[in-house]
Design a protein around this ligand. Structure first.
Ligand SMILES: [Zn+2]
Length: 342
């Protein structure tokens, strides 16, 4: 895989190829009937929709981007020159690049980089076609996560949403910029397995306009059984007593971390599933349960005692703050409830 070039490098090569294209020559080859050439543009009737307007099609001679002023054909096809070649000659992306190489004499050919680039491009196209009610699994990729991180909003920084600082949000790799199919923008919380492998995202609606049930969207197909959020880091902070604190949600893990409890994991609900129970048995000796201060949280805590109490030391803690969860509490409140661990 060493012969692969980076996305940036390939994008740069594509730019060189685009630069080398002579717009007039290309459009002639593609069967356009050019009517007008200016310093900036080449104009022609648009053969895509077949209209008679003599200048509805315009290609920029520098960027080779094009538009159709009559029927907006570029909106369906894409305004890039490769998009145009693909459409006009019924070619795949790679075929279109090779065609452009052949007419410009510029060889940017590199089999590996084509495959890599094509794979990413196909994935993007695939994603666009999907139902965005669930997060498309194809996005579960370190490269996408990296790009999400650039677009994190200030949602979780706001006092009413926890007031988490950038350093902490960076530590938990929180990203943003995901837009669901209803147009609601979401911040992105990556979920990793015990070894640190990226498994899924939970995406938080930052507009507070999504239905309550869709406040958080999970990656499609993600099964939280056998996964505890933050375990891959928390296991290094269990101390000699091998103690883990189990909370329900992501923000509770972050808040505990802020209060100095780096050994917190989230079961992402108010029950600890069978698979999660086994993870705990194989990792820890002591498990502190600190669920939300509501009915589900209390029930979940009782059920955890029943399920796990005879297999591992379970320490149930009940929040005296009705309606609040560990993510809402001050550091002092957390210290007074949890005390000293390790
Ligand atoms: Zn058109």
């Amino acid at each position: 895989m060493k012969s692969q070039i980076s996305k940036e490098e390939f994008a740069y090569k594509l730019d060189r190829l685009r630069e080398a294209i002579d717009a007039e020559q290309l459009l002639n080859l593609l069967g356009f009937k050019i009517t007008h050439v200016t310093e900036k543009e080449v104009r022609a009737p648009c053969p895509i929709h077949g209209g008679s307007n003599k200048t509805s099609f315009r290609m920029n001679r520098d960027t080779k981007r094009w538009v159709c002023f009559s029927q907006h054909c570029h909106e369906d096809i894409g305004f890039g020159v490769i998009d145009l070649v693909k459409h006009m000659l019924n070619m795949t992306f790679i075929e279109a690049v090779r065609y452009l190489e052949s007419i410009t004499g510029i060889d940017i050919h590199d089999e590996f980089s084509y495959i890599e680039y094509k794979r990413n491009k196909d994935r993007r196209e695939f994603i666009q076609q999907m139902d965005n009610r669930k997060i498309p699994p194809a996005l579960t990729d370190e490269i996408y996560l990296k790009s999400f991180r650039k677009f994190r909003s200030d949602y979780f920084e706001r006092a009413e949403n926890g007031g988490f600082d950038n350093e902490l949000l960076d530590l938990f790799e929180v990203g943003g910029g995901y837009v669901d199919k209803f147009g609601f923008q979401r911040d992105v919380i990556p979920i990793r397995d015990t070894t640190g492998r990226l498994l899924a995202y939970s995406c938080r609606d930052i507009t507070d306009k999504a239905d309550y049930a869709y406040k958080y969207l999970l990656t499609e197909g993600f099964d939280k059984d056998k996964v505890l959020y933050n375990l891959f880091k928390a296991k290094d902070y269990m101390g000699e007593s091998r103690t883990l604190i189990v909370v329900e949600g992501f923000k509770s893990v972050w808040n505990l971390h802020r209060a100095g409890y780096k050994n917190a994991v989230a079961c992402m609900g108010s029950i600890i599933t069978q698979g999660q129970q086994h993870l705990l048995y194989s990792t820890a000796f002591n498990v502190i349960i600190l669920f939300d201060g509501d009915e589900a949280g209390v029930k979940g805590t009782v059920r955890t005692l029943e399920d796990m109490g005879d297999k591992i030391n379970v320490i149930p803690l009940f929040l005296p703050y009705t309606g609040k969860d560990p993510g809402d509490l001050t550091i002092e409140e957390l210290h007074s409830i949890i005390g000293v661990v390790n």
